[in-house]
Design a protein around this ligand. Structure first.
Ligand code: PLP
Length: 370
């Protein structure tokens, strides 16, 4: 059993292959109507007035940060518990990430820690990460940012289809940045990314992502830019997958419910309760005997992963950017999470037999370890 594998023989993938063939026959491989159609569909789905696609999730974050035109070396508050890309986007844009600690309960940025960080440091922007497809306190985070007049970027790389009632992740702040990496809830079959917004026009994001060219004026480079575009083939794949995103997320939720039913019987495993609005990009649990647990499952052909074993504020790439006198971030909950967290296999293409194998393994572990 693999931790993740796309099933290439379903009605959805058949439609995907037909669309890929159509793009190949058309000869249009970069941009064109199909990219615009995906942007329109993603805007309709998320309720965003603006969508600008790009090459990947890291670029999407950097394009948002650069669009703010902040002074060099501005301090940007970032979720402590996240994949390093959220911090790298800040570093690569010439700014300083300031880590914000995490709630142990829902593994999302703590609102109290954010307020404290804003009061202590001169924070110029906030990057809130919707981790694992779990709904946190995003409305409160948006309210805090608004009250301090600080722009809010939502990192939605793990949150496609995540909603608070009807409002989509990525529409609470100024920008939502998405990755369409193949394991994401809305997957491309390669790299892809997008920026969405309800508040901002994204014309300069589009210009920056395409060499700094303004529409219809390809001879003059008036601003710096990068080459970060969504391939036409990925756009048609994403459009088909978008039509099935709610079904993919429903399957994720059903599997998560099966796992939580079993896990809630354990006194040693911290399992998030089965909140219906979560879209479960990962299914993370926390336990002290993590290494033994992983070995036990691995012996039963059940793979697990750790998201993520080293917190961003302890990563060498970040530490190397600090001057000797810099104050280090101290994020105790984030550090505890990195030592105890483990993800079980969960994606829409898991078979019923594979889900059964995992639940049996969990039941056996609980019988032996409580
Ligand atoms: C939270 C988070 N942010 C950003 C990214 C970066 O996305 P990409 O791999 O498309 O650059 C990822 C990707 O895994 C992610 O999980």
């Amino acid at each position: 059993m693999k931790f993740f594998s796309y099933n290439p023989s379903t009605p959805v993938s058949e439609k995907v292959f037909t669309e890929i063939q159509r793009v190949i026959n058309s000869g249009q491989f970069i941009g064109g109507l199909d990219v615009l159609k995906f942007e329109e569909a993603f805007g309709d789905y998320t309720g965003s007035s603006e969508v600008a696609t790009c090459g990947n999730g890291l670029d999407a974050l950097m394009l948002c940060i650069n669009d703010l035109d902040l002074p060099e070396k501005s301090k940007i508050a970032v979720s402590g518990h996240t994949f390093f890309a959220s911090w790298l986007a800040v570093l690569n844009s010439g700014h300083m990430p300031v880590g914000v600690d995490t709630n142990l309960g829902n593994l999302q940025m703590s609102t109290l820690a954010l307020e404290e960080t804003i009061r202590k440091e001169e924070i110029k922007a906030v990057v809130y990460v919707h981790m694992h497809g779990i709904m946190g306190d995003i409305q409160l985070i948006a309210d805090i940012c608004k009250s301090f007049s600080i722009p809010l970027i939502e990192d939605c790389a793990q949150a496609h289809g995540l909603r608070l009632e009807t409002k989509h992740a990525g529409t609470f702040g100024d920008y939502g940045a998405f990755s369409f990496y193949p394991t994401k809830n809305l997957p491309a079959l390669g790299d892809g990314g997008a920026v969405i917004s309800l508040r901002k026009k994204l014309d300069s994001v589009r210009t920056r992502s395409n060499y700094g060219w303004f529409p219809g004026d390809r001879d003059v480079n008036r601003v710096n830019g990068i080459n970060s575009r969504l391939d036409t083939i990925q756009a048609v794949i994403l459009k088909v997958h978008l039509e099935n995103l709610d079904a993919f997320n429903l399957r994720r939720t059903q599997i998560a419910e099966k796992y939580s039913e079993v896990l809630q019987k354990s006194i040693h495993i911290d399992c998030l309760s089965k909140e219906t609005q979560n879209v479960w990009h990962h299914f993370p649990i926390r336990l002290n005997k993590r290494d033994l647990f992983r070995k036990y499952l691995s012996a039963r052909n059940i793979p697990t992963q750790i998201h993520y074993p080293i917190p961003c504020h302890l990563q060498p790439a970040y530490l190397n950017t600090l001057t000797p006198n810099s104050k280090m971030n101290h994020l105790p909950n984030t550090e505890l999470i990195s030592k105890t967290i483990v993800s079980l296999p969960l994606h829409p293409w898991l078979t019923d037999d594979e889900v059964e194998l995992v639940t049996l393994g969990l039941k056996e572990w609980i019988q032996l370890n409580g």
